[in-house]
Ligand binder design. Structure first.
Ligand code: KIV
Length: 265
């Protein structure tokens, strides 16, 4: 069977203003293989949101670079077509552009992913430019930045137009190939999308972005924690999991499982 042609960074960039980009997060081989196998996803993001939906932590702050490498490597192994982007976790790029290059190089070399994402606007333009100059494709992330949850006073809609636009423009001018816009009013999502020359990928930033991203566990209705307003769950897998495990338990207790067909004779 022919391998599907992988989505490239220039291809993602060429979708500015065109058919919306489809991005979803994944954190392991099985999920990546299922999602990528649909042939409908442009990019798989190994987001540090895995700190909450996989590790059960209250924030993303404790996720380490080694953990991101562990998860990204599995996702890459399950992916043939989608562009795989991995988050640089908190504290692995803040100190200096040199540290950012070291951390991002580890992600690319040890996992085979194609690009990294980092949270931050104007203040991180130098870092983004240094990464891009080193041949590392960067996806930016402005608006609500979950790694700055304490500084931002919680997970809130970001309404400071001047700051958000300034951040997105700085990220684009520094050479990022796309930028995530998180938790913006619809009108601000539109304004940023019109202003920057790279594709914007929205999460809670309205319908005018050049693409959308959802956390895979939210999209599938698998995560049982807080569900933000911007999430649309396309299934309720947590209920299906509970139901399957209850039926298995009942079958074991009644000795209906295993059947003769499921046994060696
Ligand atoms: O960590 C993550 O999953 C993300 C997306 C929500 C954009 O950054």
């Amino acid at each position: 069977m022919n391998r599907p042609r992988p989505v490239t960074v220039p291809e993602m960039m060429s979708r500015k203003g065109g058919e919306p980009l489809v991005v979803v997060t994944a954190a392991d081989f099985t999920m990546a293989k299922l999602m990528d196998g649909t042939g409908s996803v442009d990019a798989l993001l190994v987001g540090d949101s895995l700190g909450t939906v996989v590790q059960g932590r209250p924030t993303t702050l404790a996720v380490t670079l080694d953990q991101m490498i562990y998860h990204t490597e599995m996702v890459v192994r399950g992916t043939q077509r989608a562009l795989v982007v991995a988050d640089l976790p908190f504290g692995t790029y803040h100190e200096s552009p040199e540290l950012a290059i070291r951390s991002a190089s580890r992600l690319l070399k040890e996992t085979g992913c194609t690009a990294i994402k980092l949270e931050g606007g104007h203040h991180f333009a130098k870092t983004i430019a240094a990464l891009v100059a080193s041949g590392i494709p960067v996806m930016g992330h402005v608006g609500l930045m979950p790694q700055s949850v304490h500084a931002m006073g919680g997970y809130k809609v970001q309404r400071d137009e001047h700051k958000v636009i300034d951040d997105a423009v700085a990220v684009a001018e520094a050479g990022a190939f796309s930028v995530v816009l998180e938790c913006l009013p619809v009108d601000l999502g539109r304004k940023v999308t019109e202003k920057v020359k790279i594709p914007t990928i929205g999460i809670g930033a309205g319908p005018h972005c050049d693409g959308q991203v959802l956390v895979g566990h939210d999209l599938l209705g698998l995560y049982d924690g807080h569900r933000p307003k911007f999430v649309r769950a396309y299934d309720d897998l947590k209920e299906r999991v509970r139901d399957a495990v209850k039926r298995y338990s009942a079958d074991v207790r009644s000795r209906a499982f295993p059947s003769p067909e499921e046994s060696f004779h």
